[in-house]
Write a protein that binds this ligand. Structure first.
Ligand code: ADP
Length: 362
């Protein structure tokens, strides 16, 4: 089947006086694996259910493959949804669960048998066809739910927190399986999750939502490296903010803060006109050295500031420090290898900050 485009145009949805979706506009490319990422209550599931046809917008348009389906009932949309709790029939075998949607559609018996066989092979459950859901692991139940949805060959696949009922290890395995299955099928897929790692690792592009508003749409790397505001910077990965004021002059812009003093900004970060700004800085871009490091040369893009170690956590691959730097608290991650230096709590250190790692956010 040819992959389809999904388009939301200025969608507004309210429950009573509560506006839940505010001006949602996005275009999902044919065959794309797209995530809706945001904290609980940000409106992700409401938007997903709206695409499925279980919720209706007060205004705006939903287009699939160029056709307006805003008022089309769910059963005429040919959009498949996998629910968080799988919603399998406990009294039916795997085979029957998967055949259910096909029987509803009154397909010929031979065709149902063939499709069930194919889709069970696709998710690797051929040998489990006669089991009931309670005789399967969480990951296998998840695959049955997926097989049941895929059996009816939907144009669009919707996944509502599909991995949240699995334990940490299985979640990682299943997200890889999901990604490779999506790639093989090439079906336009929308994945709802509150877990940024899950979204970053599996999806082509992500819409970050907060309070019913899309904050930013981008590839995982764009969201991580070039967040447009504090919310995105904070939600996608761990971040430090250095509060300050910006001044624009003909010769360039300068940023003044208690921590860094007055610094000129590299051009790459200059895309905001607001005065109340912060510099965002990822923990692993800061270097810690012993407290007698030389002050940075004013012409280089490295800034050295003094710090005092408040706390440290050993995480194996890296050590995470909480550091007081002239009254600003910073999180700093240092990669760890056998024999690398560990700084003790209370120790005075020098922090090396590269101006290229700084990102101006409004
Ligand atoms: P998310 O999926 O991001 O956790 P939801 O889309 O489930 O968020 O919910 C968004 C907001 O809409 C929440 O504040 C929630 O309380 C509210 N909400 C969701 N469903 C209903 C409903 N049926 N009636 C009233 N409010 C609802």
């Amino acid at each position: 089947m040819k992959p389809v485009q999904v388009e939301c145009k200025n969608i507004e949805l309210a429950y009573g006086a509560t506006q839940v979706l505010k001006g949602i506009t996005l275009t999902i490319a044919p065959g794309e694996f797209f995530a809706l990422l945001g904290p609980s209550g940000s409106g992700k599931s409401t938007l997903l259910r709206l695409i499925a046809g279980f919720n209706f917008a007060q205004s705006g348009q939903l287009m699939v493959d160029g056709a307006d389906i805003t008022r089309v009932p769910p059963w005429q949309r040919n959009i498949g949804m996998v629910f968080q709790n799988y919603a399998l029939w406990p009294h039916m075998t795997v085979e029957k669960n998967v055949a259910f949607g096909l029987e509803e559609r009154k397909l010929p018996r031979a065709e149902i048998v063939r499709k069930v066989k194919d889709v069970l092979a696709l998710v690797g459950l051929t040998d489990f066809a006669q089991r009931r859901p309670n005789q399967l692991s969480g990951g296998q139940q998840q695959r049955v739910a997926l097989a049941r949805t895929l059996a009816v060959e939907p144009k669009v696949l919707l996944l509502d927190e599909p991995l949240s009922n699995l334990d940490a290890k299985l979640r990682v395995q299943m997200r890889q399986e999901l990604k490779s299955l999506q790639r093989r099928l090439g079906i336009t897929t929308i994945f709802v999750t509150h877990d940024q790692e899950e979204a970053l690792t599996t999806c082509d592009r992500i819409a970050v939502m907060d309070q019913g508003v899309i904050q930013q749409i981008g590839t995982p790397m764009e969201l991580y490296d070039l967040p447009v505001n504090r919310f995105v910077a904070n939600f996608v990965g761990t971040i430090n903010f250095i509060e300050g004021e910006i001044e624009h002059a003909q010769s360039g812009s300068t940023f003044s803060s208690t921590l860094l003093g007055k610094i000129s900004l590299p051009e790459t970060t200059l895309d905001h006109s607001s005065k109340r700004v912060a510099l965002a800085l990822r923990p692993h871009t800061i270097r810690i050295s012993a407290d007698n490091a030389a002050p940075a040369d004013a012409t280089s893009h490295n800034i050295n500031v003094p710090g005092n170690i408040l706390e440290r956590e050993f995480l194996g691959e890296f050590v995470r420090y909480r550091i007081d730097a002239n009254g600003t608290e910073l999180i700093v991650d240092q990669s760890h290898q056998p024999g690398s230096e560990i700084f003790a709590t209370g120790r005075n250190v020098t922090l090396g900050i590269s101006a290229h790692a700084l990102r101006l956010v409004a």
